[in-house]
Design a protein around this ligand. Sequence first.
Ligand SMILES: *[C@@H]1O[C@H](CO)[C@@H](O)[C@H](O)[C@H]1NC(C)=O
Ligand SMILES: *[C@@H]1O[C@H](CO)[C@@H](O)[C@H](O)[C@H]1NC(C)=O
Ligand SMILES: *[C@@H]1O[C@H](CO)[C@@H](O)[C@H](O)[C@H]1NC(C)=O
Ligand SMILES: *[C@@H]1O[C@H](CO)[C@@H](O)[C@H](O)[C@H]1NC(C)=O
Ligand SMILES: *[C@@H]1O[C@H](CO)[C@@H](O)[C@H](O)[C@H]1NC(C)=O
Ligand SMILES: *[C@@H]1O[C@H](CO)[C@@H](O)[C@H](O)[C@H]1NC(C)=O
Length: 935
Amino acid sequence: MGCLGWKYQLFCLLSLFFHFPSSSSLSSVSPCSALLHFNHSLSLHRYASQMCAISYPKTASWKEDRDCCTWDGVVCDQTTRHVIGLDLSCSWLYGPIHSNSTLFFLPHLTRLNLDGNDFSGSLISSEFGNFKSLTHLNLSNSMFSGKIPYEISHLSSLVSLDLSYNYGLLIETPVWKRVIHNLTQLRELLLDWSDMSSIRPNSLMNLSSSFTTLSLYECNLQGKFQNNILCLPNLQTLDLGINWNLEVSLPKCNWRRSSLKFLDLSETSFSGGLPDSIGNMNSLKNLNLANCNLIGSIPTSLGNLTELTFLDMSFNSLNGLLPLSLFNLPNLSSLYLNNNQLVGPLPNHVSGLLSLKDLYLSSNFLNGTLPSWLFNLPSLMKLYLDGNQFIGEIGEFKSNSLEHLDLGYNKLQGSIPRSMSRFVNLTYLSLSSNNLSIMLELEMFSKLKNLKLLDFSKNLVSINNNATYTLPNLQQLNLSSCNISEFPIFLRAATTLQFLDLSKNRIYGQLPRWLGDVGRDSLYFLDLRNNLLQGPFSTPSFLSLRYIFVSNNKLTGEIPSSICNASFLDVLDLSHNNLSGVVPKCLVHSNVLSVLDLRMNSLHGTILATFSKGNNFRNINLNGNQLEGPLPRSLANCRNLEVLDLGSNKINGTFPYWLGSLLKLRVFVIRSNKFQGHIGNPKTKFPFPNLRILDISNNEFNGPLPRKYFKYLKAMTKMGEGKVMLKYMGEGYYQDSLNVMIKGSYIELVRIQTVFTTIDFSNNNFKGQMPKIIGRLKSLKGLNFSHNNLTGYIPSSFGNLSNLEWLDLSFNKLVGEIPKQLVDLLWLEVLKLSHNQLTGQIPSGKQFNTFDNDSYIENLGLCGFPLSRMCNSHEAKKPQLLTLQQEDNLELENGFSWQAISMGYGFGVMFGMLMGYLMFKIGKPKWILRLVKLE
Ligand SMILES: *[C@@H]1O[C@H](CO)[C@@H](O)[C@H](O)[C@H]1NC(C)=O
Ligand SMILES: *[C@@H]1O[C@H](CO)[C@@H](O)[C@H](O)[C@H]1NC(C)=O
Ligand SMILES: *[C@@H]1O[C@H](CO)[C@@H](O)[C@H](O)[C@H]1NC(C)=O
Ligand SMILES: *[C@@H]1O[C@H](CO)[C@@H](O)[C@H](O)[C@H]1NC(C)=O
Ligand SMILES: *[C@@H]1O[C@H](CO)[C@@H](O)[C@H](O)[C@H]1NC(C)=O
Ligand SMILES: *[C@@H]1O[C@H](CO)[C@@H](O)[C@H](O)[C@H]1NC(C)=O
């Protein structure tokens, strides 16, 4: 009777604990009680089978008082009554399977399927090797972990082994060799997601010719794959997708004999193009060659693969025209050719594609008009043609089956087709960046109840707010740059909205009250930049907001205290408004905020609150307000700070040397404030190690220039970074921007290139000599010491500042000659030495031939070109201050030799072409105009 019936349970448990495991006694345990105890050792959680399309707890119906051969998932031999099959796939099983599990007391099992459960990281027990009769073992998708045990290779009857989609199972060479050599019956082997990095792909050559399935998706296989596997006559499935370091090529074999139905070589290192002979694999249903370096054109012969239902060759470098043959495949359901370099028009007439559901041709160079067959495909659900050069109008669709439609970034015009209003299942609609005229109105949109994403940005949109309709499932709305002047009223009911971008429009007036209810618990992104909004910024509910951009409007009043409810706020950009009041304390306190951009408002008061330890600030920009008082010491808690701009306020106090410990600080601007006193020596060992923009101009600093700081500005001494790819500061949604003085103009850099480097100490009261050591700051593009009381010579070491584009030393009391080494500053475009006491002949050659009088005026002792005063023989011949010059020359570093750069005149012009590092929004100095002219 075994252990059925509750009275016996205790006895059975005891017997299990005390008599096992010893294989001799296996037969003495009833299989039913083994099953029962196996079931009791686990719990049931719906979550455990969440990866399954359909799942239910099979064991929940197991009843002790019924013969286990009748239980769901259990199969017994008709005559012997042995349990020979156990299928508990997708059965909500949760918990570990240890080696003492009673699962292993089922010695007659031939099929075991535990797919789609959660055995919570159990090792695959070596006991699995004792199922001597097992032909099919499926432990996929079940959260097993660790090494695949050697004992698996004892299952010599195994026909099918599936250990795929567990978390990082490791298979090592000895086990692998045994599996390949010893399991002679094996026809199917699936190890997807296992770690096979130590396995040599060549070992796959020895697979038996009767193999039908080999699936090693994302196994970290490395090296060359001698893949005559592809020629195995019975192979139906070969999946080697996502093995980046696996070098694959298509072998030459007689593919007419191939049985291959499923071939996935995506995201491998493919070499070469596709041979025409691929058209012979006539059993192929599923071909995935995405993102594997394919080059050349698409072979026409693919059109002979009439069984094909799935074809993915996206993210390659395929070029040439689209072969018509592809478009006549009768069974094709998915065609992905996006992100290639395909050119030319779509075919005019197409007969196949009756089953086509997904068509992805985005990001190519396709052109011409959209042919009518495109609108007649009866089963089409997803159509992506964005990022091409299509022209003309969008036709009327015949079928209503579309779910995703993306025609963005083309040159389409006209209006949107009326038929779109019938797409009841449409969830994704993007027509961004075309020349369409779109009317947002009831008739068009009232049926699109499933719409989740609507992107009409960069088109001409008009809004009819007269009739109300709702888009109840809308999650993302982008109407940026649509020339709209009001909020679309359907937003009112968009209670689950997550992303709203209405930037760059003409929306005027106050924020509507109902805006606070839009996505009250879901909205995380709000962009209302560049509109004409007025009144207070009070309505949004803030609860879930992470990114707020409302800059460049006309908002007034205070920053509402309700902003303190935004406990996930990451970026707050309210810059360029007219907000007044103080900076709310909670913003300063925040541990989450990374960007606080309140520049160009009318905020006042002192920053009283404390920046907390461990905060997340990366950019704090309060430029252009009326803040006063000293800076809080707690700013030094902002360990991640990269940009600090407090310029144009009324902040006072001494130089905040304690910011020198901020290792990531790249931009530090306190220009136009009321700072005063000596800068003194740094208090930390390597102050401001990453600083690249330092602007303390227009303050009341005095005393000598801070030589020791110049010595340690490490980031400014680095050269050569200009060669790395253009990189801009900022991350994610927020691009850092900044107002800086460049060559005498105050300019907004809408993007800051990471190598941009300047020092501006102008308009203070510094005195004494300029330290020679400044000549080491080789990445400097601009240096401004003008309007101070500096004395002494211009150090010839300035000739080492080989990146320098502007140098302003005007309005000081400098004496001596202009060092001739400055001639070698090949990028120097602006030189201001006026209003000093310089003497002698102005150096000539290279950039110096481009400066005019203004560079030198009010230096009574200067002579020579471009000044009208000629040098007399005495001045021309006078040797430069030799001692000083020689000393400076000793400072030349790293073998830099200006004689080696003997490029002639004409740099002023060339310069323009190479000025790629700036993007300007306002103000165009003359050299930028030159850049435009050159293009
Ligand atoms: C089975 O083994 C595990 C781990 O070794 C242990 O925690 C558990 O108590 C054992 N169960 C029984 C019933 O012996
Ligand atoms: C398979 O392995 C077992 C033991 O691991 C060994 O006894 C047997 O000879 C092997 N069979 C083959 C065909 O290699
Ligand atoms: C496609 O198949 C036909 C008939 O078998 C054959 O004539 C043609 O050459 C094949 N096309 C290509 C491009 O291989
Ligand atoms: C489409 O592109 C092809 C190849 O770039 C070009 O030759 C052709 O003139 C273009 N046609 C149209 C209508 O723009
Ligand atoms: C919309 O989707 C439902 C459910 O998938 C489907 O039954 C229906 O046919 C679809 N409607 C259209 C017009 O394709
Ligand atoms: C909306 O209604 C107003 C007033 O009733 C009318 O003047 C306007 O033309 C209507 N707008 C549209 C687009 O129908």
